[in-house]
Design a protein around this ligand. Structure first.
Ligand code: AMP
Length: 533
């Protein structure tokens, strides 16, 4: 038994705040005592029915339902890590993830149960499936009368997997990131202290549970006796209404959500007075969007968090200060400083540190470094690396043997006292007729020239891998004079970097995690008949 595990975190809060609301979903409010009983009922059922063989992982197929959340907590309380799956995913993808995880247990909510006829025949291994009907309605009386008497507190180690999260892989095969209890415990310790999270806090929940940022919502709330407030369908469409109606105090979303709010005039100054914290993560945060949100949530502090799943949600952070007067229109908010105990290095292609002020790939290590990729030692070895030292075959003198995660993100190595700045993806660097070009640089020029918070540049038509003949840009505002923008861009950039054309879309397509879907934009270009490009 260990103090630092997700299930213990929840159970401690449940013991301390049994009558406080833990979860609001589907118009229902569950107290900690009620949610605890439901979770332990699932855990007891799992412990009684699961096969002895197989990895200590339980998949949970559910979305924004009491059964889904109780499933996650139940999996954890049974001593397993959880593998989140969504009923909105294609059944073939759900089956693939079940197969890849080798999980032997699956907890489903009502929506998940409806998919089983399509999912189960595609899964090679036998599965113990626990549906809503398999778990007794948890009574609200004294715990001694509950079915949870048969629950046995599991022995969970800090290095055990807390969750296995599939992220898309560049080869098309999803990668399962293994995150240990000590990784997520560390993240929760940092944010709980930084934000002074407390039982009165009411947390937004705009992330799907398959996106690791959702763990902030769930376990940020459940670490301190706070309430996880799920939006209704309408509230998802009108997030400002959600803040007000749910009485949120802690906001956490991708910047695209704030951009949409800005575009739909939902960020009137002073209109979100209840928020204490306005937190963003997952993609670059345009300065204009951050400023608009800060003006609306005028009693809150705005922060830009940065991090990949492999470093446990977020590992650097920048607090938005007052405008300094010198901000340009194309600016994005810096990603700031590493979290306590996390170490950043900015390196060149041979993994040697670049000089302060130069750009390179961000590598990070520390207590939030995840365990690697499930069943995939090859990709783990490629992304989780040790650094070369000054002599052949040697390692850096200051940190011999440390493993760093290669983020694939291009950043500027800060000079003394400066924040880290995100410049783009290493892999969005393209060669344009031999010239080396960062699409992020073109996007910054477009933002500055148009005054828009977001513009997307793609290498198109695609030539050899990593190469393109030209650049096509996208904006989402039909009132902008695109020729004038191109002229202004041409004033800043060499001619080969100036987009061949700017296309206007009604709205940027978003991927499952709410980020702008560049692949979809590329697919739209590719779908056009030859000659129309
Ligand atoms: P994911 O693993 O899905 O969370 O995606 C991680 C990637 O999202 C990072 O490697 C970055 O490319 C991007 N990202 C996350 N947070 C930020 C941020 N604050 N600014 C810019 N990019 C970000």
């Amino acid at each position: 038994m260990t103090a630092r595990s997700l299930h213990r975190t929840f159970l401690r809060s449940a013991a301390a705040h049994p009558e406080r609301p833990a979860l609001e979903v589907d118009g229902r409010v569950l107290t900690y005592a009620e949610l605890r009983l439901r979770a332990l009922a699932v855990a007891a059922t799992l412990q009684a029915r699961r096969p002895a063989e197989g990895p200590p992982l339980t998949a949970v197929l559910g979305q924004r339902s009491v059964e889904g959340f109780a499933g996650i907590l139940g999996a954890l309380c049974s001593g397993h890590g959880y593998v989140p799956l969504l009923p909105s995913m294609p059944p073939a993808r759900i089956a693939l993830m079940l197969e890849r995880s080798r999980a032997r247990c699956l907890v489903v909510d009502a929506a998940g149960a409806r998919l089983l006829p399509e999912v189960l025949p595609r899964v090679p291994q036998a599965l113990t499936v626990i549906g809503p009907d398999d778990v007794d309605e948890a009574p609200t009386e004294a715990p001694t009368e509950s079915p949870t008497e048969s629950w046995v507190e599991p022995s969970v180690g800090e290095d055990d997997i807390a969750y296995l999260l599939f992220t898309s892989g560049s080869t098309g095969q999803p990668k399962g990131v293994m995150v240990a209890h000590r990784n997520i415990a560390r993240f929760l310790e940092v944010v709980t202290e930084r934000y002074g999270l407390r039982p009165e806090d009411r947390f937004s929940h705009l992330f799907d549970v398959t996106f690791d940022l959702s763990l902030f919502d769930l376990f940020g709330a459940w670490s301190v006796g706070g309430c996880l407030c799920c939006p209704t369908g309408m509230q998802r469409l009108f997030p400002a209404r959600y803040v007000d109606e749910a009485g949120l105090t802690v906001w956490f979303s991708v910047p695209s959500t704030a951009l949409l709010m800005q575009q739909t005039h939902a960020l009137e100054p002073g209109s979100l007075p209840g928020l204490r914290w306005s937190l963003f993560c997952g993609e670059a945060l345009p300065m204009k969007v951050a400023r608009a949100f800060a003006a609306a949530a005028s009693n809150s502090v705005v922060e830009n968090l940065y991090g990949p799943t492999e470093l446990t949600l977020a590992c650097t952070v920048h607090r938005l200060g007052p405008p300094d007067g010198g901000e340009d229109d194309g600016e994005v908010v810096p990603i700031g400083e590493p979290y306590p105990g996390m170490e950043a290095r900015v390196v060149d292609e041979s993994l040697r540190e670049v000089a302060p002020g130069d750009s390179g790939e961000l590598l990070m290590t520390g207590p939030q470094l995840a365990l690697g990729y499930w069943d995939d030692p090859e990709r783990t070895a490629t992304a989780f690396v040790t650094l070369p030292g000054s002599g052949p075959g040697s390692e850096p003198e200051d940190h011999p043997g440390r493993t760093y995660y290669r983020t694939g993100d291009l950043v500027r190595r800060p000079r003394e006292g400066e924040p880290l700045r995100f410049l783009g993806r290493i892999d969005s660097q393209i060669k344009l007729r031999g010239f080396r070009v960062e699409l992020g640089e073109i996007e910054a020029a477009l933002r500055q020239a148009s005054g828009l918070p977001v513009a997307v540049a793609l290498g198109w038509p695609v030539a050899a891998p990593g190469g393109a003949e030209a650049v096509v840009a996208f904006i989402d505002d039909a009132t902008i004079d695109v020729n004038a923008v191109l002229e202004r861009v041409a004033e800043r950039l060499p001619s080969y970097m100036v987009p061949r054309e700017i296309r206007v879309v009604d709205r940027f397509p978003l991927n499952a995690n709410g980020k702008i879907d560049r692949n979809e934009l590329r697919a739209r270009l590719g779908a056009e008949p030859a000659g129309s490009q």
